[in-house]
Design a protein. Sequence first.
Length: 410
Amino acid sequence: MKKIFVMAMMAAAATTAFAQDALVKEAKSLFGSGKLDEAAAKLAPALTSAETKDKAAAWNLMNDIKYKAYQDEFSKFAMRQDVNTDRMISSLIEGYEAAVKCNEFDQQPNEKGKVKVRFLKNNAARYQNERQWLYNGGVMQYQADNMPGAIKAWGAYIESAKSPLFEGLTMPQDTLLADATYNTALLSYQQKDYATAKKFAELATQFPDKEDDAINMKLFIQKETCQTKADSLEYLAELKRLHAAKPDKEQYFNLLQEYYVRANDTEALKAWANEETKLDANNKMAWALLGEAEMNAENWDAAITAFKKAVELDPTWTPCVFNTGICLNSKAIALQDELMDKKSMNISNENLEKVKAVLKEALVYLEKTRELDPEREKTNWAYPLYRIYYSLKDQAKMKELEAIDPSLKD
């Protein structure tokens, strides 16, 4: 009984193998009759079946079918007739991919342990000649607003540059590879296919004229795909690495600034800004950010010092001039509260002069802000300036501001 069962299994296996080989023969017959789509559909199961006896020949047949479909459409294109661009380009891609698979199986040893390559020479010559049309096909798909089609065609063009199919052949100088690689990454990024975009952006970094843009794209992909705290920290670490490697590239500083501001972590922002001022004492933005962090923490002296540094580097930087005045005004208010007698709620003349000295310094910066921004387009200096005039009992200046903005009297 066992022997009969084993024989039955062997017969079934032989039948399956025969069935797969029969599919290849039927597909070959359909191909010979010009029924290309039917031939491809008939052949498809045999390509992935373990029972197909000659996988290399099966894949080569698919290569021939798809290449013929490509040729049929290309001849229409060459004659300026109506052409199915999608069919033309996809057939070329699928034919090329089938030739690559054919070569994989063709390079494997036979049952006697020997490698007898049968199809490589013809297929290499075929697709070496047609490789340019993988690139052209990408351009055509892009112009037709078929972005996935463009990505697929350019992707095949890029990957074919190092295909085993062309090993040993003298390939013409490839002047289009850099643009194709970067453009494929960019299109994939725009389509939110971040895995593909990252793959081709990484490849694009090997081209000197694309390196910076490709690195930036990888960075933006990393930013877009952050989902966890760990992802965010990895993004931050990469930003810091790039900033340290290329401190003159403003975009890395700006992205770090964006990261810390969005994190809404005053201490982290302060630590980073302080670090940046030590790396470059002439970085006015770092001083301004440090000033803002100290200002938010109500550390008035530290904020004033930082903002004054920024103003020293850029005397016409209106927001920093304004913030210096605001922080000095806030320091004066805090100082008055500190020096006031808590029982009588009075302040001595000596202590009042100390407060006025700080207010007068604040006045210098706020009046400078008014000079820089007379229409209050960047800062609303009128009210804090008015309050200082009020505290210093400068009636003439108060009336001057009231004429500009009557609401200050309320």
